[in-house]
Design a protein around this ligand. Structure first.
Ligand SMILES: C[S@@+](CC[C@H](N)C(=O)[O-])C[C@H]1O[C@@H](n2cnc3c(N)ncnc32)[C@H](O)[C@@H]1O
Ligand SMILES: Nc1nc2[nH]cc(C(=O)O)c2c(=O)[nH]1
Ligand code: SF4
Ligand SMILES: [Mg+2]
Length: 208
């Protein structure tokens, strides 16, 4: 099998970086986790904080066995698959191997591609730049909307009406606009208490 076929099958994947850190965002903020950042994204968010990840060809293609072996060298057993947009790839084989090795699996996704993989926690962060695929709504455990414009509150409510009842609802200020929107998010959450605030705490701590 050549690399292209192996990537299409999800048994090899382009990895931009992998690192053991503290989950900075969302419900599991503060938890130790091993991040696997897959290369490649076709969503194109103007404010993306990892634009370097977009081009998949730039990153080495690793076998899922190599990826999981590296993860096993750290003491934590939570793994977060992120990117780039990880659902550009079929994640069934990677997550099956991670689970077989005792990992709890999380994903960070825009939901713009069909859902795949066996995940214990799905963070769905929808984007205006490329509409989500229908398959994400039934499996999302947290809806994390980045607020960059005042219209994003309405965008957030639209997606909240489509996820499961028990899906956590989070508003996260876009990093460069945080001075403008954090106060609006605070007011919004106080008047709409079904929403919570998510901050990019790793950026305050200056860790990866
Ligand atoms: C870099 S993305 C990778 C995963 C996937 N492509 C996605 O967008 O969900 C990881 C998380 O960071 C968020 N994010 C990216 N750039 C951001 C920024 N400038 N400010 C706040 N959150 C940001 C995304 O919305 C997403 O929840
Ligand atoms: N510490 C830390 N937490 C994160 N949560 C989501 C991240 C991501 O880029 O997907 C991220 C990240 O890049 N670093
Ligand atoms: S979907 Fe995620 S990785 Fe892709 S551009 Fe948007 S924030 Fe960046
Ligand atoms: Mg990040």
């Amino acid at each position: 099998m050549d690399n292209k076929t192996a990537v299409a099958a999800g048994v090899m994947l382009p990895v931009m970086e992998a690192f053991y850190t503290i989950q900075g965002e969302g419900t599991f903020s503060g938890h130790a986790a091993y991040f696997i950042r897959l290369g490649g994204c076709d969503v194109g968010c103007v404010w993306c904080d990892v634009k370097d990840s977009w081009e998949s060809e730039k990153w080495p293609v690793l076998s899922i066995e190599e990826i999981v072996a590296q993860a096993k060298s750290f003491p934590g057993r939570k793994v977060v698959i992120t990117g780039g947009e990880p659902l550009m790839y079929n994640l069934d084989s990677l997550t099956a191997l991670l689970k077989q090795e005792g990992f709890v699996t999380h994903i960070e996704t825009s939901g713009a591609h069909p859902f795949s993989g066996d995940f214990d926690w799905v963070c769905f962060s929808p984007k205006k730049f490329k509409a989500p695929h229908q398959s994400i709504y039934a499996v999302a455990n947290e809806l994390k909307v980045v607020v960059f414009h005042k219209s994003d509150f309405e965008f957030a409510e639209k997606h909240a009406s489509l996820v499961n009842r028990d899906c956590k609802l989070l508003l996260q200020p876009e990093w460069s606009k945080a001075n403008v929107f954090t106060n609006q998010i605070i007011d919004y959450v106080k008047s709409h208490p079904n929403w919570n605030i998510s901050l990019q705490t790793h950026k305050f701590m200056d860790i990866p």
